[in-house]
Design a binder for this molecule. Sequence first.
Ligand SMILES: [Zn+2]
Length: 85
Amino acid sequence: MPAGHFISYNSVMDGEFIAHEGAVFKRKPEGGYQAVVYCPGCGQAASSLDDVLCFYCPRCNWRSNFTGQQLPAVMKSLPDAGEDD
Ligand SMILES: [Zn+2]
């Protein structure tokens, strides 16, 4: 994955989106984050086939460096992740 291929959306600057582990996550208004991985290239939601593959954006040919199975652990490492620990 190319380094520095990061987000310049205004919403990132607003803190609604956050770059983490090479992917982008969106904060929920009530706190925490959506369990959705967004592509850092185009901002579209990426998907993980059967949770066993890395998240993938077909538009950008972007892949996350973690799988769907790893998503909960990745989300726990987000800043301010949470209420449940
Ligand atoms: Zn993309």
